[in-house]
Design a protein around this ligand. Structure first.
Ligand SMILES: C[S@@+](CC[C@H](N)C(=O)[O-])C[C@H]1O[C@@H](n2cnc3c(N)ncnc32)[C@H](O)[C@@H]1O
Length: 255
């Protein structure tokens, strides 16, 4: 099928933006493939899940049904860490709940002399992270480990801990329709969406170096409850960062 015919079918199924992204990625598609993509678009599947690709912080990540597609909001977290890491000191970074590995890869690409450990409870997400780490030639810098927020242990301590944990409360109606294609484990948390923060606040104390900092992405309206949780576990509030829409998006603490 020629590219113009494919474009017209995809545009009809999912709009001009989706058609453009798919035809840019796949210049030659069989009729069957175009029809299949059109079917997925009509079901509301995000383009990133169809073409297995999402750009984040200038890097093109592989993504699939086992990982959350990297979101622009999360670039605020990456920015906050990079802003603090301007001196050329070696940095050890721990990414808790790495998914595609987008945060740790963006950080290790942009902070000189940094090394990382990326953990996730989902083994299939870790396979995706591994693929991306290889794609960006970061195998020597980033190690992955199967681990849980509340019981991951490590002999080495970290200068920086980052996490974009699941923070949506079960039943929240504001969730974007496309999110139904993301794994539930990546999105939802018990205790009004706060459970992962409780687990991390408790365990990350054993993983951070003296003078280290933890950077957390939060959902809309979660800054006060998350500050309370971290204060309860002995963390000191450092600052808050807003995303491009002016929403409080990243909380930073030290011990
Ligand atoms: C919101 S996604 C973030 C993914 C990626 N870091 C990003 O920012 O796009 C949360 C990730 O945490 C993982 N996760 C959920 N519960 C976990 C737990 N208890 N321990 C470790 N990882 C967990 C999920 O599998 C998912 O990959």
């Amino acid at each position: 099928m020629n590219i113009n015919q494919a474009f017209a079918i995809l545009k009809n199924a999912g709009g001009i933006r989706a058609a453009r992204i798919i035809t840019e990625k796949h210049k030659h598609m069989s009729w069957i493939r175009v029809m299949y993509y059109a079917f997925l678009l009509k079901r509301g599947m995000p383009v990133a899940k169809i073409i297995h690709s999402k750009w984040f912080y200038g890097l093109e990540f592989y993504t699939n049904k086992n990982t959350l597609d990297p979101r622009p909001d999360t670039e605020t977290l990456v920015e906050a860490v990079i802003k603090d890491a301007i001196e050329n000191k070696p940095r050890k970074i721990l990414d808790m709940g790495t998914g595609t590995g987008c945060i740790i890869c963006a950080l290790c690409k942009n902070i000189a002399n940094s090394t990382g450990v990326a953990i996730d409870k989902s083994k299939s997400a870790l396979r995706v992270a591994k693929k991306n780490i290889k794609r960006f030639n970061l195998e020597k810098q980033i190690k992955i480990a199967h681990g849980n927020f509340d019981n991951f242990k490590s002999k080495e301590k970290f200068d920086i801990i980052v996490s974009n944990p699941p923070y949506i409360k079960y039943g929240d109606k504001r969730v974007n329709d496309a999110a139904r294609f993301d794994p539930k484990m990546a999105l939802y948390a018990k205790n009004n969406g706060l459970f992962a923060y409780e687990q991390i606040a408790k365990n990350a104390k054993n993983l951070i170096k003296q003078n280290g900092k933890i950077y957390l992405e939060i959902g809309i309206g979660q800054s006060n409850p998350v500050i309370k949780i971290f204060n309860f576990y002995g963390w000191k509030f450092d600052r808050i960062e807003q995303d491009l829409s002016g929403i409080n998006r990243v909380l930073i603490f030290n011990l």
